[in-house]
Write a protein that binds this ligand. Sequence first.
Ligand SMILES: Cc1cc2nc3c(=O)[nH]c(=O)nc-3n(C[C@H](O)[C@H](O)[C@H](O)COP(=O)(O)OP(=O)(O)OC[C@H]3O[C@@H](n4cnc5c(N)ncnc54)[C@H](O)[C@@H]3O)c2cc1C
Ligand code: FES
Length: 366
Amino acid sequence: MTSILIAVSVICAINTAFAILLLIAEALIVDTGECRIVINGEKELAVNGGRSLLATLKDEQIFIPSACGGRGSCGLCKVTVLEGAGPLLPTETPWLTPEEQKGQIRLACQVKVRRDLRIKIPDELFNVRQYCTQVEDITDLTHDIKQITLKLLEPPEIAFKAGQFIQIEVPPYALTDEPVYRAYSISSDPAEKDHMELEIRYVPNGICTTYVHKHLKPGDKVTLNGPYGEFGLSASDSELICIAGGSGMAPIKSILLEMARTGNPRRCRYFFGARSGRDLFLNDLMRSLEQKLPNFSFIPTLSSPQPEDRWEGEIGKVTDAVGRHVKDASRAEAYLCGSPLMIDACIKLLREKDMPEDKIFYDKFA
Ligand SMILES: Cc1cc2nc3c(=O)[nH]c(=O)nc-3n(C[C@H](O)[C@H](O)[C@H](O)COP(=O)(O)OP(=O)(O)OC[C@H]3O[C@@H](n4cnc5c(N)ncnc54)[C@H](O)[C@@H]3O)c2cc1C
Ligand code: FES
């Protein structure tokens, strides 16, 4: 018995000694004091180490896209880290293809700044800025989607491309002790630079959407940063097939408003999926766009129409409607926006209809 106790004590002592040695080694080797970050071989920052690369860059007014506020659950915050990142973490691998891993792409929210780093980011991220805005109007579009109109205060204008998104900063409140960031597509026309519209669907207990739906009111200030994203109309003249569900309407609406303003003659069919009549919105706007755009048609479809809807339009999932209307997609382009499940189903269908993979563009609202 005594010998077992001695053996356990010795093992515990050895473990404690190792832990102390590791802590000393980390303190000596790992620099969490001042670190240098060299960006794109040109710009050099002197920063305090110890936090994530995402948070550190944000403090320097360099905003990397992020929809989950750094929790490692959106996969948007990809940057190339050429030196100083340490080994790839299990929290990163689900978001990175084998090619991206070979190309030294990392999730900025998972990489800790502990030593000097050399990184590469797209040049356009240097144009991303923080904006102070004020809520001008909040309108109920459906029972769970609100349209938020924000007036730009400082800077007083934003330049963005139709299809891009911004990140709202939610201040600490009942559901969060620290600021969190969530992505929202801009739904207004890019020509209107002094304000923007967002269409935000309520997610029960969601941090940002509860804040927006239950707390935000006209006159409140909202901090946001952006614009981000490459989702947007190509320069070609091939036919467009747009497909959206719920708040996925937002970037498609921005694209359509720009097409109407510029008199874009491309043929465009817009399939919009909703459950029942109470989930449909902006029908009047879409019908007015049909008048303005000679080659545009809006095709809403209801998966569960209710008797009171007196629905005479398309019935079924949005993919059912696309399947009925689109026979050959080989020469068209698709723009998809909504839940990951809907988008995956649409991609599968469009591929079956011979649409080339590189002609399918999408924003997953994950
Ligand atoms: C590029 C991009 C653009 C986006 N644009 C829009 C937009 O225009 N309008 C819009 O309404 N949303 C949009 N989103 C989604 C948005 O960023 C948030 O994820 C969503 O609003 C939920 O945020 P939350 O803080 O309220 O919920 P969270 O606090 O993040 O989540 C709470 C819980 O709900 C779950 N959850 C999160 N999102 C959803 C969801 N969409 N549906 C169901 N359950 C969910 C989470 O898994 C979690 O369990 C976009 C996302 C991306 C990546
Ligand atoms: S910010 Fe979402 S995964 Fe990094």
